[in-house]
Design a protein around this ligand. Structure first.
Ligand SMILES: *Cc1c(COP(=O)(O)O)cnc(C)c1O
Length: 249
């Protein structure tokens, strides 16, 4: 029996509102361990493959921010969901930026200057500035996206210099999946170090304010917050399992 499964079994019979409350309790405990409070950590409800009805239920229960992986899904659900702050957390192709530029408040998954330039261009056309996070991956996982920590500082510098309608607001990462969430701790600790280094380096610079460290998902958000995350992206613990068959429709 995996830990992931135990976590989900605990949540299974609760309502979305009950799940959010439980997740907030865990965040509060973990934040306290790292000398902060629950208010210092933003909970992003990850709603991919969940219905607008379920999303509205979460919003009624106090969810202020929702995260989606795919542009298409944002577009399909956008008008059916009550006003809320939408975040794009999945990999974004440049040709889709135009479609979501006025719908999301933050893009978590920027990993190239090329993508930042496109966001800048579309943001300018839409008359707005877009907050972004740079996705990094110190574990260099082959299947995932993310900037090598060694290239991070140069990328942020280039974006800040070239893309005046893009505001770099921090870092995002996806930890390698571990059966025992405790095993993700060194990864999160490493990303926190990188985050602090960037924060120091870019302190006071135009177009950069290293405010958010987006790390932690259902399996590992407790550990991530203990290690300094201030933005967790939680789906399964709030909404239950996702039905991936819906993706094929
Ligand atoms: C799906 C997803 C999440 C949420 O995952 P859960 O394990 O369901 O909490 C968080 N971040 C990203 C980038 C995701 O794609």
């Amino acid at each position: 029996m995996t830990l992931q499964w135990i976590v989900i079994r605990v949540y299974r019979d609760m309502s979305i509102a009950g799940n959010i409350e439980r997740v907030r309790e865990i965040i509060a405990e973990a934040a306290e361990k790292s000398g902060r409070t629950a208010d210092d950590v933003l909970l992003l409800a990850v709603t991919k493959l969940h219905s607008p009805e379920e999303m509205n239920e979460a919003i009624d229960a106090g969810a202020t921010d929702v995260g989606e992986n795919k542009v298409q899904e944002v577009l399909e659900k956008y008008d059916k969901v009550r006003p809320v702050r939408w975040h794009l957390i999945g990999h974004l192709q440049t040709n889709k930026v135009k479609q979501i530029i006025d719908k999301v408040v933050m893009i978590h998954s920027v990993d190239s200057l090329h993508l930042a330039r496109e966001i800048d261009k579309r943001a300018e056309q839409a008359g707005l500035d877009m907050d972004i996070l740079i996705q990094t991956d110190p574990a260099a996982q082959e299947t995932k996206f993310g900037v090598d920590p060694a290239d991070l500082s140069g990328l942020i510098r280039d974006i800040a210099a070239e893309c005046s309608h893009v505001k770099v607001r921090g870092l995002m990462c996806i930890a390698p999946f571990c059966e025992d969430p405790e095993d993700t701790r060194p990864f999160f600790r490493e990303v926190k170090k990188i985050f602090d280094r960037c924060r120091e380096e870019f302190d006071g610079e135009d177009n950069v304010e290293m405010k958010y460290l987006s790390m932690g998902m259902t399996n590992d958000f407790r550990i991530a917050v203990e290690e300094g995350s201030n933005l967790v992206r939680v789906g399964t613990a709030i909404f239950g399992y996702r039905d991936y068959r819906k993706e094929e429709k």
